[in-house]
Write a protein that binds this ligand. Sequence first.
Ligand code: NOJ
Length: 677
Amino acid sequence: MTKDGVNGTAVEMIEGIKNEGFQEEAAENHGGQGEPNTSSLVLSPNREESAYTQIKPYAGMPKEVLLLYSNQVRYRLPRELLFWLTIVSTVGLVALTSAVIAMSPRCLGWWQSSAVYQIYPRSFKDSNNDGIGDLKGIEEKLEHFEYLNIKAVWISPFYKSPMKDFGYDVEDFRDIDPLFGTMQDFENLLASMHSKGLKMIMDYIPNHSSDKHRWFQLSRNRTRGYEDYYIWTDCTPPVPPNNWVSVFGNSSWTYDEVRDQCYLHQFLKGQPDLNFRNPRVREEMTDIIRFWLDKGVDGFRMDAVKHILEAQHLRDEPQVDPNQPPESVDSESDLYHDYTTSQLGLHDILRGWRVEMDKYSREPGRHRFMVTESYDYKEISKTMMYYGTPTVKESDFPFNFYLIDLPNRLSGDGAFDLVNLWMTNMPEGKWPNWVVGNHDKPRITTTAGTEYTRVINMLLLTLPGTPTTYYGEEIGMENVNVSESEIQDPFGKFNPNMSRDPQRSPMQWSAEENAGFSQNKTWLPIHPNYTTVNVESQKSDSGSVLEQYRALSFLRETELPLHRGWTCFVHRDADVFAFVREMDGFPVAFLVVLNFGGDALTDLSGVLELPDELKVRVGTSGREGTLLHKSKIDTKLGEGLVLEYSSNQRLHPGHGSSCFVSEKACYLSALDILYKC
Ligand code: NOJ
C-alpha cells in the first residue's frame, strides 16, 4: 500500500464514518499535530491494533473499512481456513461419493429379488362364476403373493381372442377378452398390484395373430398396405408349398380361398405368422409394446421368439430321418428347423424392443423386464444368445427350461448336470433363472412323483438367480386326468398324449366345492385331491408344501448369500446334489443338500472349508435346529436341507471351476454395506 493510498483511505474513512470512537481518534490525529498522522491508523502495527480494538465493526461500514479489517490476521485466518475447509470437504465429499458409487455393486432389480409367479388366467380364480378364471379373480387373490413374498407376477395372455389356443391367438393386441373382463378391470388390477408393490409381466405374442385379427382380414383381401402383413405364397391345393410342419402337427401352410394363396402358420391354422420382414409390421408390433408400457405394465414374456423369422427361399427343411417317406412327415420332431427358427435378424428385432423398453426404464425401480421363450434343448448356445452381449442388451434372461427334464434324470447327478449345464454356458455376469413347469409342460409333481415336490421347490428357491413358479407348484398341485372326449387343448386334439389340459386345471384354493375356484362347473376338471391339496388347508399346517415354500421364499430374500452370493457345487452322486451359498465377509453361509434318489448318508469331511457341525435352518421334513456333522449328513428320499454355518473360510477361492457368481460383492460387517470386490 502506498502512503497516498493510505492518506486517501483515511480521509474517506472519516467522511463515511458514524462510529464515534473512530471519529474521535481521527479528529485527535488531525487537530493535535497539524498534519494527519496517517501512519498511526495503518502503518504502525501497534497503533493499528489499538485502533481496531476500539472500533467495533458495524453494519453498513464502507467497503474500504471492511477491506482494512479483512486484512487483519484474526479475520483473514479464519476466513481462509473456512474457505479451504469448504474446498477440501467438497472435494472429499465428491471423491467419497464417487468411490462409494464405484465400489458399490449394482442393486438387484425387482425381477431378481423374488420368484416370478405364472398365472394361467383361465385357471386362477373365477370372480363371475362362469367356470373360467378372470382378471377380477386375480385381483381378489393378490394377498396370496404377499403371503408368499412374491413380487412379480406373469399373467398368460388375456387379449381379445377367439380362444383357439386359449389366448395365444390374438384378435386385438390392444383389447381385453370379455371372458377375462374389461380394460377397466385390467387397469384396476394393475393399480392394485402396484399399490401392493407387485409387478405385472404380460405375455407378448409377436410371431402370429389370430386369423380373426383385422390385419389378416385386410391382408387376405389384398387391401393396399396390408398385402404383406403375413407370409403368403402361391400354392396348388392340396399340395403345400414345402414340407414345413406346424409345432402342433401337420403342414404349416393353409390355403386361403379369398386370396387364392397359402399362408404360413407355425402353430394353428388360426394363428397366421406375421411377416416381420415388412417394416410396417415391425412398427405395428413395437407400437403395441409401447401401448402396454404406457399403461404401466412392468415387463413382457415374449412368446415363441425363435419362430419370428423364416427363410424367404421356402426350401424344404431336412428330415431327421432321411429314409422317412416325405408324405408321412407331419410332426415337429420329424424335421430339422433350419429355415423356420432362429433366422438371421431375429436378435436385431429383439434388441430393438429392448431399446424401446429401456426408454421406459429410466426412473429408479421402473426397469421394464423382458424374458424370452425359446425351446432349444439341444442347442444351449442358441438359448444363451437371448442374453445379448456385453455391449448390446437383449432379454434380462431367456427362460431356462432344462430342469423340466429332471424327472427323466431323477438323481443327484441328474440335478447337478442340469444346473451345471446352465451355469457353465451362461455368459459371464448374466443372471440365471430356473423353471420346473408351465402351462405347456406336465406338472413336475406328477412327472417326478409327489415325494419329490418339496425338494424340487427347495432346489428352485436356493439356486442362484430367479425362480419361476407356475401356479399351484407352491402347494404341490398335480396333473389332472382329462378324458379324450373332454380335451380342450388344440395340441391335445392332434395328439392326446401331448394335451396340455392336465397341467391347466383350476387352482385349488380351499376344500370348498370346486376348490374355492368357482361356484360353477369349471372349464377343466379339478383334481380330486383338492380337499387336502389346497391353499387354505396348507396354511394351517406348518409342515405343508406351502409353508415350506413360504419359509424358503423369505429365507432367500433375507439372507444375502442366498440371493446374491457365490454358488459352489460340493457334492453329487446318484442320490444327492449339494452346493454351498456364501459371500465374502458375510458371517453366515449355507450348505444345501438335496436328495433326488433314495435314503443316503453323505460325507462332506473332504470339504475342508466347512466346519464340522452345521445346523438345519430349513428342512423338508421338519428337522429345523438339528445339528449335523459334515461327515454324516443323512437325508431320506426326496428330502432337502438348508444347513447354516458360520465360518471365515470361503470355498470359491479354492474351487474356481465349481463356483459361480453373477456379480461379485463382498460384505463389510463393520458398516453393514456391500462393496465390489
Ligand atoms: C408358446 C406358448 O407357451 C404356447 O402355449 C402357445 O401355444 C404357443 N407359444 C403359440 O403361441
